[in-house]
Design a binder for this molecule. Sequence first.
Ligand SMILES: Nc1ncnc2c1ncn2[C@@H]1O[C@H](COP(=O)(O)OP(=O)(O)OP(=O)(O)O)[C@@H](O)[C@H]1O
Length: 521
Amino acid sequence: MEFILDWKSIGSLLATFVFIRTAIHDFLPPEVYQVLKRLFLNIFTSLQPKISILIEEYDNSYNNDIYDAVQLYLSSKCFSSAQVLKLAKSRNSKNLTFSMDANQKLEETFEDIKVKWSFHCVEKKSSGLGYARPHENRYFELSFHRKYKHRVQSSYIPHIMEVAEVIKFKTRERKLYTNRSADEDGRLWSSVPFSHPSTFDTVAIDPALKKEIKEDLMKFVNRREFYSRVGRAWKRGYLLYGPPGTGKTSLIAAIANFLEFDIYDLELTAVSSNSQLRKLLISTSSKSVIVVEDVDCSLDLSDRKKKESFEVEENEKYGEEKRWWRQRSHNGRGSNSFGSTVSLSGVLNFVDGLWSSCGGERLMIFTTNHKEKLDPALLRAGRMDKHINLSYCEFNAFKTLAKNYLEIDDHKLMKEAKEVLPLVKMTPAHIAEIFMSCEDDAEMGMKNVIDEMKRRLTNADEEDSQVEVEQPKEEPKKEEDPVAEYRNEEHAGKDGGDSVDSVAENHKRETETTLQPSSVE
Ligand SMILES: Nc1ncnc2c1ncn2[C@@H]1O[C@H](COP(=O)(O)OP(=O)(O)OP(=O)(O)O)[C@@H](O)[C@H]1O
């Protein structure tokens, strides 16, 4: 009975409500009706204290940056509070990532704002399109009391974005990009995490040169305002030159590690045209080192004047039209001698760097074993800001190698090494190889390396004395001859005067041509 009465009262209440609503709707002016409606809605919603924000993985099929930031932010929080976690590590990556499992919840208080996070995965129907989107709708739900609405928007969300940026930077994995194998799936660059162990501590070059390079790099990265004030692209060009095995690649890795930059290893022979070169460069990121190794071998960038005089000679010999045919048939249609249509002007445009104004700083490093083969246009200041000569091993570099490989600062054989080293051409790579083969035995390492130096010295003696038989030369003054001094001390009674002379000649020749310590021009 009571039940029937209740229903009756509900029924009459509803009837009254409908009557009042119709009366209001029919008799009140529409403006007043709208104001009342809004008031009613406000009262109704304020009775519900909780509001939620949904942050979906994709926003109109584009990656949602806020979702990524929240994911990073929560991965740093969820370990302490969520009950079920997911742990992942991508291949070749050194970072472990924790994340919340579906429907897990996490609560936190930021300042005095209490918020709740939950993670959801909802299976979705296939779109029928071929591309690889996940079959789940993934989203985070952020819930909080409505009184915090403005503060969540003005301080909590920006706080999340800031924390995520810091985490991203700390766990950032630098990459080594290469354009060699990138074409297979349509990408311009393929990448792997960059983790080369070479640093300025391990690279064996003259300490003064090391200091100079480091200071130059620091000056470069700290001069954003300067570059923009003087209207120049924020880029710098280095040319590393010297014989093979003198540490050009090792120095590049040390520079990238020092600056914490990515490396783009640009293989010019794999670039089909100037426009592809432009595309490749535009797609590089800021804070990167772009490397072109062995530039003299990559493209025909040799001195234009020499080429021009060669062309004049060929014209005279064959007539212009015939020379043109000879080149075409030799090189292939319109391409240079390496089959690529990247030209010197394409490379010069790349070095001049209009493209590099699209973002932050970029360092370009070219290496060559034959600086003299490069076109002067490529070498001029503004294109190659620094020319760094890496040459045969000198004593300071030798000591760095001994410290790295044999873990010694000093040794009884060091004095002898210091005396013999300037008389022979040995690359750091060769010395490193000898040290490596001695597996931590410092005594053996030092002995083997000095034996090798002496062997080279003796071979040089023999070669030079053979030359002397054919072309006898004047004797150098004995008192000015450091080699003779060394040989007299070490080999008294073994070597005759002839070989001392030839060693002196050898020393003189090497000092003039190659035994310059590594230097910057
Ligand atoms: N200056 C150096 N400091 C430390 N290690 C060096 C140095 N030079 C050579 N090495 C050692 O020798 C190996 C070869 O050196 P690297 O590739 O850097 O020489 P490179 O000058 O780039 O040679 P190339 O001109 O043939 O490319 C490196 O793996 C490194 O271990």
